[in-house]
Write a protein of this length. Structure first.
Length: 184
């Protein structure tokens, strides 16, 4: 009986230690694209990207067969717009990186008549948050849009929204550098 109690206690301690451990790729990543890059990629909408990866606040039991291990705050600034467009996603490990869901938005606003990507004052799909992947790269990470990603503008619950598509090579992959300090 004592051995089984000790075994159960050790399993609980191990699970707690794993839950509090830093997830893969934990930290801050950022890139501000310079004018030369944007001239060479005229269809690229995103000028500035920031990504913060931290231990998740979601219970592992909520993830099913893919338990969440990290939260990823993704912020993007298209063109010279302020404030940013944001998504807070829950992530799980896949291959050598993380896959994250975009944040769910409960916004009820009109649907767009077309599914054109970019900044929109309407929603192109009803209640679809999207998905992105984060893969390690020397000195940083590669962020790739896997499913149409909806990012609402910071502080707004009615839009505008930034939409990115996995079918758009100029606005799908973002090579980010690790930031030496904490995210701002």
């Amino acid at each position: 009986m004592i051995k089984s109690l000790l075994g159960a206690g050790a399993a609980i301690c191990l699970a707690m230690a794993e839950a509090s451990a830093e997830p893969p790729l934990a930290g801050c990543y950022e890139r501000i694209y310079d004018e030369a890059h944007l001239r060479a990629h005229r269809r690229q909408m995103v000028r500035h990207v920031r990504l913060k990866i931290a231990p998740t606040s979601v219970s592992p039991s909520e993830g099913g067969d893919k338990p969440p291990i990290a939260d990823a705050l993704l912020q993007m600034w298209p063109g010279k717009r302020k404030p940013s467009f944001d998504s807070l996603g829950v992530c799980w490990t896949e291959a050598d990186g993380l896959v994250c869901n975009g944040s769910d938005s409960a916004v009820e606003t009109r649907l767009c008549k077309t599914k054109t990507y970019g900044v929109r004052d309407c929603r192109i799909e009803d209640a679809h948050s999207g998905r992105f992947r984060i893969a390690p790269r020397p000195g940083g990470a590669l962020l790739t849009v896997l499913e149409t990603l909806e990012l609402p503008q910071t502080g707004s619950d009615v839009g505008p929204f930034l939409y990115l598509s996995p079918g758009d090579p100029e606005n799908r992959d973002f090579l980010l550098k690790a930031s030496p300090g904490p995210c701002k």
